[in-house]
Ligand binder design. Structure first.
Ligand code: SF4
Length: 254
């Protein structure tokens, strides 16, 4: 179905609130599409927050809620989650960290033992070696304490900006944006940023997104991207942020 960009009544959500502060609220001027409201970051994220309240948390946030919230555990879990569904990576992380959740304990396992614990995960054999190497280096080089330093984290094989930022945000409360495929897709469809890769989306978001939302953005947009703004045929007709969304690149929707 061809997309007809459309406006949607906002009266169901009540009057828009007055701005809290400049740092926590950004209103972007609308592009040429006069059917749409100016993009209101606070209101859009409020609607997304309400929409995803019944969906499962993204795997790493759920893992932290289950007691595996250290930087080391979050980094290991993020590696397991790469190119793997949360439904697969979360149980695998729980199996692995249930057996060994410290660098010392994990370093005592062999890569083959780690592989057996994480086996359904995509690229499990290579990831088993990466996880083991991180545990050994953390034990030997950092005295068992992983430094909260994005450059150190990204010096490990298999760790890119997404995992480093997400782990630092969840485990250490660092104000960092983690851009995975959902965050990249949704924010570009909104027209909030215009970037061809997740790396460029990260830089663009750092320039426009108020800092109070940097960590929360990933937490909101992973379930929103999985259930509403899906990769193919997003659910635009019932989407709560339709009045603000420019639907960039959307060629068919539900
Ligand atoms: S589902 Fe449609 S309207 Fe909602 S955010 Fe995605 S592209 Fe925009």
């Amino acid at each position: 179905m061809a997309v007809k960009k459309q406006s949607r009544s906002t009266t169901t959500t009540g009057p828009r609130r007055a701005p809290r502060s400049q740092s926590a609220r950004t209103v972007h001027a609308a592009p040429s599409d006069t059917d749409k409201l100016p993009f209101d970051t606070e209101e859009v994220l409020r609607r997304v927050r309400h929409e995803v309240r019944s969906f499962a948390d993204a795997a790493m946030f759920e893992l932290a809620a289950k007691g595996h919230g250290s930087l080391f555990e979050q980094l290991i879990a993020c590696i397991l989650s790469i190119r793997t569904l949360d439904e697969v990576s979360l149980p695998a992380s729980l199996r692995l960290l249930g057996r060994a959740h410290t660098p010392e304990a994990l370093a005592r396992l062999t890569p083959a033992e780690i592989d057996a614990l994480i086996r359904p995960v995509t690229f499990h054999e290579g990831k088993a070696h990466q996880v083991h190497a991180i545990a050994v280096r953390t034990r030997d080089e950092f005295n068992g304490q992983l430094p909260a330093d994005p450059d150190v984290l990204q010096s490990f094989k298999g760790v890119g900006p997404k995992c480093a930022h997400l782990a630092l945000g969840i485990a250490c409360g660092h104000e960092v944006i983690s851009v995975d495929i959902h965050v990249h897709r949704v924010t570009n469809r909104w027209g909030y940023v215009k970037a061809s890769t997740p790396e460029r989306t990260l830089a663009a978001l750092e320039a426009v997104l108020p800092r109070p939302y940097w960590v929360e953005l990933n937490r909101l947009l992973v379930p929103f991207g999985k259930h509403v703004c899906t990769g193919t045929r997003p659910k635009c007709s019932t989407c709560p942020v339709l009045p603000y969304c420019r639907q960039e690149g959307v060629t068919s929707h539900r």
